[in-house]
Design a protein around this ligand. Structure first.
Ligand code: ADE
Length: 245
């Protein structure tokens, strides 16, 4: 994955990208991130990036000039880019979008908004506006990191064991089953016997049932979007009768 992040807080981005899996992905050239401080593209002595909104109202608006200059600077390298503006007004980011971004051959250029919003004319630069959820943050930095993190995990070789990516919720369409590790007993709480049985079919069935149970309880809407086979339907009947007792 090749990307650029345009931000007023480059240290926030660097700090997260220099840890753990993302750090390793960068070292292994699976992830290439160019971070630009938008303030470096201002031309006045005060390095101004915001101004009052035309028409009045509370808050400040991100000025268009430094953002245009930053994008034009990047474009000099001749690489194809998909420019993404992070904002609460954008298309929702989900696992499907993460997969589509992971398949992009273009560089993904993230513009992190701030203040009450960016000047509408910035949208001329933008291919897609993306939101990570129905809440308003103080800026797009965390959203850019969320997206870079979720997309990097999908790059072959970025996560140690590929199965952990294939197996997990959202790719399977269900929330995940519970996991346990040693010790077998901790403060009177024990690991379910089935996981110690060595019976792989029983373990698979138990995990599927727990995944269905959690999804039914927390995100029943997800079940409408996947195809349940006969054995899933049997498990759901079992779960319903257990929950009713
Ligand atoms: N900037 C502020 N809130 C945001 C959100 N929910 N998603 C993306 N960018 C944002």
């Amino acid at each position: 994955m090749k990307c650029d992040v345009l931000t007023l807080f480059p240290d926030v981005i660097t700090a997260y990208l220099n840890e753990s899996i993302l750090k390793r992905a960068r070292e292994n050239n699976l992830l290439d991130v160019c971070i630009l401080n938008i303030r470096d593209f201002t031309t006045d002595v005060h390095r101004t990036v915001d101004d009052y909104p035309y028409g009045g109202g509370a808050g400040m608006v991100f000025k268009p000039e430094p953002i245009f200059s930053a994008i034009e600077y990047l474009e000099k390298d001749g690489q194809a880019r998909k420019v993404i503006l992070l904002s609460p007004q954008g298309n929702p980011f989900d696992q499907r979008k993460a997969e589509s971004f992971a398949g992009e051959t273009r560089r993904l250029t993230f513009i992190c908004g701030r203040y009450e919003g960016v000047d509408e004319r910035v949208k001329h630069l933008v291919d897609e506006e993306v939101s990570i959820g129905d809440y308003v943050m103080t800026g797009g930095e965390l959203a850019a990191l969320v997206i870079i993190d979720a997309v990097t995990r999908l790059i072959p070789g970025a996560v140690g064991d590929e199965r952990s990516v294939e197996d997990e919720s959202f790719s399977s369409g269900l929330l995940e089953y519970p996991q346990y590790t040693r010790p077998r007993e901790f403060r009177n709480m024990t690991v379910p016997d089935v996981l110690l049985s060595g019976n792989h079919e029983e373990i698979r069935r138990w995990r599927r049932k727990q995944a269905l149970r959690t999804t039914l309880k927390v995100r029943p809407d997800m079940l409408d979007r996947i195809k349940l086979d006969e054995s899933d339907k049997k498990l759901i009947v079992e779960i319903s009768s257990e929950e009713n007792n």
